[in-house]
Each structure stands twice: as C-alpha cells, then as structure tokens.
Write a protein that binds this ligand. Structure first.
Ligand code: SAH
Length: 345
C-alpha cells in the first residue's frame, strides 16, 4: 500500500497523473491529507471512482490516542500515539507566550544510548515515516483544538539517524498548501551526529539547530554519551563553528545538569572557550530523574549559569513544564511498556 501522506506535492501530482488524472488532483489530495482526513470518502471534491481506486491501493496514516495526559499545572498535554503497526510514540504540546509548541518524535525508540535518557533504554525499533512525523503535529492540533505555531524535533529518537525522512517531513510541514509552518519556527535537536550537521549546513535551512552538548570535554562526554566515541566533541565544536559560518544561524546548546558529572566551573570555562567566535546560546536543563539511571540532578545550576555569563555566554535555565505528567522525553512510553510487560507476566 502506498503511503500518500509521505509524498511531496510534486510526487503526489505525478502519482495521480500516472493514474490518468489531471494535474490539479495532486493539490486537492495534498490539501485533504494535510487537513487530517482519515478516509478517502471525506475527499468530497474527488470523483467517486477515484476515491475507490485510491482506497484500494493507498493508505492514509492516522495514529490513535493510546493515552493522553493534561497537566493540571500548566495545561501541557502529552500524547502516547499508537501507530498502524502497534508501536507507540510520544508527542508533547506546550503552551508558551510565543505560541503553542509541539515536541515530536522522529523514531520508535533510539539507538544513541545516552546514559541519562529514558528513550534509549530499549533501543531503536524503527524509523518514523515523514507522514508519521506530520501526523503528530496534525492530530495533536486537531485533538487539542489548539493551533500549533512551533515544532521542536526533541522527542523520542535521533533526527540525524533518520535524516532523509526528517528532511521530507520538513518540506511537508513547511508547505503553503499544508500546515505552512515556517522554518524559523522549527528546531531540530541532535546528540551530535556530525555528518548530519554538515548536511544541514549545506542545505542552509533557516531552522534552529540544537546540539545536545551535556559535556564540553571528551572524557565526561564519552561516559554519558556513546555517540562521542564516534564523533568526538572537539570535531563537534568544529562542525558547529562551520555551521554558523555557513548559515549565520545561532546554535542552541542543550545541557542537562548532572550532579558531580558535568556541573563543575572548569566545564563552564571550557564551554566558553570552545564557543569563542560564535554566538551560541546554552540552555541549562534540570535533569529529569529516570528511574533506571544512576544520575542525580545538579544543585549548581545557578552557579554554573553565572559562571557562563561571566564569560559573556548567554545561558538560560529551562522552565520545566508538565512536571506532574511524565512530560519528559520517553518517560510515558517507557511507563506504558513496563506496564505492558507486567501484564504479560
Ligand atoms: N536525539 C536528539 C533529540 C531527542 S532528546 C538529541 O539527543 O538531541 C531531547 C533532549 O532531551 C536532548 O537534549 C536530551 O539529551 C535531553 N534529555 C534526555 N534525557 C534527559 C533527562 N533525563 N533529563 C534532561 N534532559 C534529558
């Protein structure tokens, strides 16, 4: 079966032409798909024969809500979606003053192995298709009734490990006949897969690149992030400088503060040294406790922030939303998986 929603508008137009249809059908079908219809029957401006023909050979992906949690504190919504093959992924909707932001997943699970992260514990199951990424935005908007203006690719998975599908998703979600979300309203976060960063730099997209730094020195970073053994942080800083040179876009560095591991003053000094010549921004994140992890949240966040600022590095402490609903990366899926396993015992 053909996954129609993963096709770009030119591809969809060609596909329909190959079925003997006029060119304008492409845009009609594209518009319906990007409005979130679940069946071809709903595409009322298509001839009945064409709707039947499409239903025989094509699918319209649409996840179902497996669980939904709404924070009583701040209205943050967390969705656990069940995909057509039974796999589950998470999406979080956060309401900020600057607009509603969805945090979407790019893979079912993750194979990057960061020691503090819940998403990677059971490894990667598969990549998400472009349509499955788009559906997270589409159906979160439809279910919540809240218009989404910003997207962050910071949910489950490593976007650079599924880059072809991610790039196609970006083209879809950015399209004027679709959700039309501007590149400047999209952030993509990577644990530091250098070839992906270089590829994005070449493409010169106007999105915001976030790099999960978490330690500026090789020794510490290799301990908590296995990706550092393949792509060392020294080369990562080089790639970031090149990225800034090529795109002129300021990079945002994510830094989850871990007690006694990455919260020393000398590490703040080293970050400042490595970012010299580039207007970076450091986002300090209070570590979310993951039951399986030995790490504890740092008590030095403010001191570390001051130290960075003394070197004229802008550093903000991320406001935590949805604290009452397991709203951080991979936690809800992990919980559901554990409960499922318990039931099976
Ligand atoms: N794979 C991508 C995007 C997904 S993770 C990446 O690594 O950037 C989104 C962010 O949450 C990353 O910065 C990640 O390092 C961070 N994160 C993961 N587990 C965390 C935890 N327990 N506490 C705080 N931040 C965490």
């Amino acid at each position: 079966m053909t996954d129609l929603k993963s096709k770009t508008l030119p591809e969809l137009t060609d596909f329909l032409k190959s079925m003997g249809q006029p060119a304008f059908r492409g845009k009609q079908v594209f518009t319906w798909l990007h409005r979130g219809v679940r069946s071809f029957e709903e595409m009322t401006n298509l001839p009945k024969a064409l709707r039947d023909q499409l239903a025989e050979t094509c699918v319209i992906t649409a996840p179902t809500v497996a669980r939904k949690q709404v924070s009583a504190l701040d209205g943050t919504r967390k969705y656990l979606w069940e995909l057509s093959d039974g796999n589950c992924i998470e999406t979080v909707l956060m309401q900020y003053h600057h607009g509603n932001t969805v945090c979407i997943s790019s893979q079912v699970g993750c194979r990057m192995g960061c020691a503090f992260c819940a998403s990677t514990i059971a490894g990667k199951v598969r990549d998400l298709t472009p349509s499955e990424m788009l559906d997270q935005v589409l159906f979160t908007q439809l279910d919540s009734g809240l218009e989404i203006s910003n997207i962050v690719l910071m949910g489950i998975g490593e976007p650079m490990d599924n880059l072809a599908n991610v790039l196609r998703f970006l083209e879809l979600v950015n399209h004027p006949d679709g959700l039309n979300i501007g590149m400047r309203h999209i952030s993509l976060s990577t644990c530091g897969v250098i070839p992906g960063i270089r590829r994005l730099a070449e493409l010169g997209l106007q999105l915001t690149l976030s790099v999960s730094l978490h330690a500026p020195d090789s020794e510490t970073r290799s301990k908590i992030m296995p990706v550092n053994r393949a792509y060392d942080v020294e080369e990562l800083f080089d790639a970031c400088h090149d990225y800034f040179q090529k795109t002129g876009r300021r990079i945002s560095f994510e830094y989850a503060m871990i007690d006694g591991v990455n919260d020393h003053d000398w590490q703040a000094d080293l970050i400042a040294q490595k970012l010299r010549g580039m207007p970076g921004h450091v986002n300090l994140i209070p570590l979310n406790d993951v039951a399986e992890s030995p790490f504890k949240p740092s008590r030095r966040i403010e001191a570390f922030q001051k130290r960075l600022e003394s070197h004229h590095i802008t550093a903000t402490v991320r406001r935590s939303l949805g604290g009452d609903i397991d709203a951080s990366c991979g936690q809800l899926r992990r919980k559901a998986m554990l409960e499922q396993a318990k039931k099976g015992e």
